[in-house]
Design a binder for this molecule. Structure first.
Ligand SMILES: Nc1ncnc2c1ncn2[C@@H]1O[C@H](COP(=O)(O)OP(=O)(O)OP(=O)(O)O)[C@@H](O)[C@H]1O
Length: 678
């Protein structure tokens, strides 16, 4: 049983020596991101360090630089993050510096999220969940929150969930119970089936959290009945009734322990396949894409790319929320930790860019730091011209600037993605960086394309135009074209992978309803806020954005193409190297990948999408889109959108096939038309 000396944590804001002010990223009313690293402790304290940490001003450093001894001197580069905790620094210290100063904001109705990610065995669980000797961040936070809540007469409830294979489960129920992530007509995220249990003390919390309500659950992960490789999250809700309003104010503190990252190409001890490992890492990639989109102020934030980001949507996307990303690093050599650190550095860079923009606008922010380690590394193997011809080509328009501004987190330095040729993100960025001057060609989709799709007429229906279209539409269209070109039957592995990305709605909802289905102020604004992002200048409907979402999903597949071989991992080759396309690798149906001209072509050969999965994706729009989104589709007005929502109230997934749309009075012809963008 944990023993927490309460008085240890009574530290006033002034005790942080101005830390509160320092950790404020920007006065801009958007997500504030802080990125820190933590090097896990090690039983043998004499172990030679392989990570060097340079703290220019000691604990007061605005940023610190990490470098790895494993990298050769010529390739050695430093990765900047906001701070790095040493192996001998415990969870108390991290809590006091990174979380405690912001607890009061949760009581003001804001959301604070802490996400721990890292390679396997890097200490994420010990950090978030803790152990008997060393309480984790969750236990430390709950002590302060329950104490404060008692004084201020607020209600504290907790939810504890697990995400395994992109399915969410409630961990506070005695039976394994699935949770559905739904969006209501107002755009609020609802976690149907996830219990919220009131707690008043740290002891009550520990009883629940560490298995009190389920004897099968213990702190020891290996003893737990569910598979080990899952994400786990705790939500602490702080609710207060606001005078003269019906809606209570709810602030949330989220803690997420992401599954350990593992390079999918490496053989793992637990025998997981490449595809399974790619799926496990998907949430990490999705998180990066979401943070990139938020940092770059992009029109579409791909929250739906993974369950983790979807579940955290209102905490990541709402106003004045905070996110602390903790990159957990192994104390002994671990190639994956180098990758994890480079990603952390990128997220850190993104948050600085927001700060710089804020500063330019005359708002207060401390001097930004130039991050040398985070330069975008673009493969030199493809010329700008080649890249442009591969991706569908973008003009140097405003959208491109936005892409450049944020620099895609996923797809640039990923060691796998050093095969830049396989990443459309990178290619897009490369196009911009290369300073494309030539006349560009864009691909656009029209209604007939979708009709062709419905009839299985894969190749027809697309027109190549030289018209200027938004980059968003171009990307979507490129993906659509790609999908249409690949409607041949294919092997199970790939379609299975595609299907994993589908919005899941569990039929197993026999569990009790949420104890406190309380609305969240920020969540309420979130739906509309994101809706604003969905609508582009031309007034096109959210379907466009969904197509881009498909694009993102496909990018995830492409980026993890197994047709890439890394150089042998000997001591000489520790630093990330550009993967080599193996000319002997055979794609589906014996096609030789090396003969393909482009990364798109190569990935097509490896991972053909199915027409069916695309149709399923459209059906998911009907099963999950908000009222406004539905109304953006052809043939759906106020009345029909309301009927669809009513059907969804009765059944979680009313539309399982296109025929089911008949129940809201849509004929087959109308359905086909509807799939066209207005
Ligand atoms: N501060 C520490 N000092 C010594 N050993 C530690 C420390 N933190 C963690 N460990 C040990 O490291 C191992 C991995 O820790 P932990 O389970 O927290 O890692 P993880 O990142 O959650 O792993 P996974 O990715 O497999 O979920 C455990 O055996 C744990 O006892």
């Amino acid at each position: 049983m944990l023993s927490i000396a309460h008085s240890r944590f009574r530290v006033s804001r002034s005790d942080f020596g101005g830390e509160v002010e320092k950790t404020k990223m920007s006065s801009k009313p958007s997500l504030k991101i802080r990125v820190v690293a933590k090097i896990r402790g090690h039983a043998d304290r004499e172990t030679k360090r392989w990570i060097s940490v340079h703290k220019p001003s000691g604990e007061d450093s605005e940023t610190v630089a990490l470098s790895f001894d494993a990298q050769s001197a010529s390739k050695k580069e430093s990765h900047q993050v906001h701070y790095c905790y040493e192996p001998n620094e415990d969870n108390d210290k991290i809590y006091i510096r990174e979380i405690k100063p912001f607890i009061s904001e949760v009581f003001d109705g804001h959301n604070f999220t802490t996400i721990a990610y890292g390679a396997r065995g890097s200490g994420k669980t010990c950090l978030i969940q803790g152990s008997g000797e060393s309480p984790g961040l969750t236990a430390l936070a709950i002590e302060d929150i329950t104490e404060k809540a008692e004084r201020l007469e607020r209600l504290v409830t907790i939810s504890f969930y697990e995400i395994y294979q992109e399915q969410v489960y409630d961990l506070l129920k005695s039976e394994r119970a699935a949770v559905s992530i739904l969006e209501d007509a107002q755009g609020k995220i609802k976690l149907k089936g996830l219990s919220q249990v009131p707690i008043k003390t740290g002891a009550e919390f520990r009883k629940l959290y560490f298995g009190g309500c389920n004897s099968n659950r213990t702190l020891n992960k290996t003893a737990y009945e569910l598979p080990k490789r899952s994400h786990r999250g705790l939500i602490i809700h702080v609710t207060s009734l606001v005078e003269n309003t019906d809606a209570p104010l709810v602030g949330k503190l989220n803690f997420v322990d992401l599954t350990g990252y593992e390079d999918p190409r490496r053989k793992s001890n637990d025998g997981l396949s490449f595809v399974e490992k790619s799926k496990i890492n998907k949430s990490l990639y999705a998180l990066q894409n979401v943070l990139h989109a938020l940092n770059a102020n992009e029109n579409h934030v791909p929250f739906r790319e993974s369950k983790v980001t979807r579940l955290l949507q209102d905490s990541l996307g709402g106003l004045n929320n905070r996110l602390t990303v903790i990159a957990c690093l192994n104390p002994l050599f671990c190639q994956d930790s180098i990758y994890i650190t480079s990603l952390a550095s990128r997220i850190c860079q993104g948050s600085h860019q927001i700060a710089m923009e804020s500063a330019k606008k005359g708002k207060t922010f401390e001097k930004p730091v130039v991050i040398s380690s985070s330069k975008v590394r673009i493969s030199q193997s493809a010329s700008g011209k080649q890249i442009r011809s591969r991706v569908g080509l973008l003009r140097k328009n405003a959208s491109c600037k936005s892409i450049m501004k944020g620099k895609k987190l996923f797809g640039e330095t990923n060691d796998m993605n050093n095969d830049v040729k396989a990443s459309s993100n990178t290619a897009v960025a490369s196009t911009v960086e290369a300073g494309a001057q030539e006349e560009e060609t864009s691909v656009s989709a029209d209604a007939s394309s979708f009709e062709s799709l419905m009839h299985g007429d894969e190749k027809s229906g697309f027109s190549v135009t030289k018209s200027m279209v938004s980059s968003e539409k171009q990307i979507s269209s490129t993906v659509l074209q790609h999908t249409l070109e690949n409607t041949e039957p294919q092997n199970g592995d790939v379609s299975h992978h595609c299907e994993e990305n589908q919005e899941e709605v569990s039929s197993n909802l026999s569990c009790r309803e949420e104890a406190l289905p309380l609305p969240n102020r920020d969540a309420g604004s979130m739906g509309k806020e994101n809706w604003k992002f969905f609508v582009n200048e031309g007034g096109s409907p959210p379907l466009t954005a969904r197509l881009q979402e498909l694009s993102n999903s496909l990018k995830l597949l492409y980026s993890s193409t197994p047709c890439v071989k890394m150089p042998n991992e000997n001591v000489e080759a520790l630093e990330p190297k550009t993967p080599i396309i193996d000319s002997n690798v055979q794609g589906n149906e014996g096609k030789n990948i090396a003969n393909t001209n482009s990364p798109w072509a190569a990935s097509r050969t490896c991972y053909p999408a199915t027409k069916n999965s695309l149709i399923q994706e459209y059906l998911r729009i009907f099963n999950s889109a908000s009222k406004e989104e539905l109304k953006g589709l052809r043939g759906i007005g106020e009345k029909r959108a309301t009927s669809i929502l009513q059907l969804r109230e009765k059944s979680l997934e009313p539309f399982k096939s296109l025929d089911d749309l008949g129940s809201v009075g849509l004929s087959a012809k109308q359905v086909k038309k509807m799939l066209a963008i207005k």
